[in-house]
Design a protein around this ligand. Sequence first.
Ligand code: PMP
Length: 393
Amino acid sequence: MEHLYSNRVRQLKASEIREILKLTQQPDIISFAGGLPAPELFPIEEMKVVTQKVLSEMGQEALQYSTTEGYNPLRSKIAQRLVNVGIKANKDDILITSGSQQGLDFTGKIFLNPEDIVLCESPSYLGAINAFKAYECGFKEIETDKDGMVLAHLEEVIKNTPNVKFIYVIPDFQNPSGRTWSEARRKGLVKIANQYNLVIIEDNPYGELRFEGEMIGSIKSFDTEGRVVYLGTFSKTFSPGLRIGWVLASPEVLNKYIMVKQSADLQTSSISQRELNQFIDMYDFDAHVAKIKKVYKIRRDLMMNTIKAEFPAQAEFEIPTGGLFAWVKLPVNIDTRKVLVKAVENKVAFVPGGSFFPNGGQENFMRLNFSNMPEDKIVEGIKRLGEILKEVM
Ligand code: PMP
């Protein structure tokens, strides 16, 4: 049947680690693998009240088709909340999507022809790499340091690469590195995009989950020519199960996303949008985010302190100042895919870093999620990983 598949599907490769990671769903595994929020923080009791209210007050509307752009009261609330990342917007600038993952897929569909090149941070988010890959593009990885993309490298690559359409970045508490861009780099990126007539895709699921330090304005907030597309989501500040994200873009670009959304799935779930909107009306959303941040900060501290105490001294890491992930670099001769096999035998899991480099070749990293596991399991899991690393190093 192989010849029946499209070129775009034929070139996709199944992930080698997917089978191993399936094992992480066993109940006795300590998993630092997924990017999962802490489930005990989901406001379940409040959502029971909210769901009742939505169904009794607007049941027909909630179960009916609705507009592609999204539920207006929710679009307005999103626009208002964007001041938290320095953006002034109104509801018409926003399209509600089924998670920001859908925004990534649409980005590929809108901008990429086969053979086009996506510029991204090295490393970058695996889900975005896979979404873009389906549009038969290639990738050029741009060097990063603790302040973000190294802009001199970016510019050199742009000058030497035809068919570049956009630069994809996660400037806040990046998945997987946990790093956050400085303001100077953000402004510098906008300047380069203006100069070379490129689009910037700013993917920001973690920006509101800052544990310390001052908020740095989003790249979109420094956009002078309407060339930044901003992707947001409620997955990490509220619940990934509702599947609510959004795209913020200039009217011309947003129109393309709306057209593509229409042909993809007509609209985002009517009931999910109304439930979330009702939650924000009835409860204190900021207090909810503050509660999440408090728990994640404790878990981040615990994970980093335990790594420091239990991992071999050659393991290198930075302390992420927000988000969900820690990123550990091991000596180059250590293949973390092999480490994962041993780890899963010992009932602990993480994601080997290799998958986050679209052009491959860097197997000595591990991504560790600190938001999902309770405190005692964080300590126990990191201790087990430490034992394994001492053995293999
Ligand atoms: N972008 C990044 C950087 C992510 O880490 C994730 C979730 N892991 C997403 C997008 C997709 O999130 P969602 O579709 O749930 O909004």
